[in-house]
Design a protein around this ligand. Sequence first.
Ligand SMILES: C[S@@+](CC[C@H](N)C(=O)[O-])C[C@H]1O[C@@H](n2cnc3c(N)ncnc32)[C@H](O)[C@@H]1O
Length: 390
Amino acid sequence: MSIFETPAELVISCYKRLGPFLEQELRALGYEPSYASDSMVRVPGTAADAMLLNMKLRTASQIMYPLLQFDAQDPEQVYQALKRYPFERLLQPEGYFSVRSHVKHPSVNNPMFINMRVKDAVVDRMREKTNRRPNTGSDYSGAVLHLYWVGDQATLFADTSGETIARHGYRMHPGKAPLLESIASAMLLATDWEASQPLLNPMGGVGTLAIEAACMATQRYPGLYRRRYAFQHLQGYNETDYIEALLDLEDLVAEVDMPKIVVNDRDTRMLSLALQNAEKAGVRQYINTVGGDFREIKIPETAGWALLNPEYGERLGEVEQLAGVYAEIGSWMKHSLPGWKVGIVSGNLELLGKIGLKADRRIPLYNGRIDSRFCLYSMYAGSRRGDRSS
Ligand SMILES: C[S@@+](CC[C@H](N)C(=O)[O-])C[C@H]1O[C@@H](n2cnc3c(N)ncnc32)[C@H](O)[C@@H]1O
């Protein structure tokens, strides 16, 4: 039986702090997580499940299938343990594979070295058993093996994703400081926005939040935009099953009648990139772009959600200037958005304080490596909630 038929404990990694959102997504897809942390969730499943999850999950990064667990005191023991694994039943004899690792062990100070030893073990085993050898390299275009070795316990995984699935494949133009797609979708999961409500994206850049929202509303999954995954290079992979899963994803798409999502940016070059990205994602028809200052957006009569991802500056001068922008955002929320809900993500906690309103929730996130907060506000008419700094 191949790993596509053999149940195991899949390890699904995500950006740090997205764990709860990934768990929520998995439960909604009918999976029962057996363990969850802030950066990974484990669920029982086969590599066939991993294939479907690669195509459907929005907040995940990598989906790994465990192959072998062993004790290791030094790199030689890793080599010996791996050489006993039947890679001839996992990899194509003349295929291509690469190795990733996460190692914390006193005997290893150069991760490249341990990756080399993993490659050696695989190639030596394959040569012995098949008289042929797979090629190796550093890009993730073929099969990918992942060694996790912390303390004296090591696990070898087949990384079924290869290139990360945190990017959703429709973004042709990144613009400047775009949100990672998996983070944007986690932000949307944290709101109670419904497609029937207006959604404003006043500092929208290349439209990531708006596109993710439109994809969620119309059940467009990331697998629609990507054709290559590492699982396709593992033995037992069945192309027909993959094509069927892809057709199922296409069948799930449900066009809806909803108010246009407004993407505004004062930099109009961003807006044409946003439209190209939306076109690629197939959701161009759900998005309206407006160029100008966020305070000039025409506010729909029915209250909904506004999601903002303002710049947070890296140099001191920029941060001082941005303090005024954050204060203006707060005042705009108070005066222009009574009855609305607002979500603001920023990597500068002091600047967030300049909004001057009390947040209902402050969700810790990482934007890249930056400790960030996604603050959620309910704007009451007359601003009954204190005008205090959050
Ligand atoms: C961090 S980027 C947003 C990135 C966006 N989330 C994405 O994924 O592409 C901030 C955006 O706010 C825009 N911006 C800054 N000040 C603005 C203002 N006063 N009114 C409208 N847009 C503004 C910038 O042009 C920039 O594109």
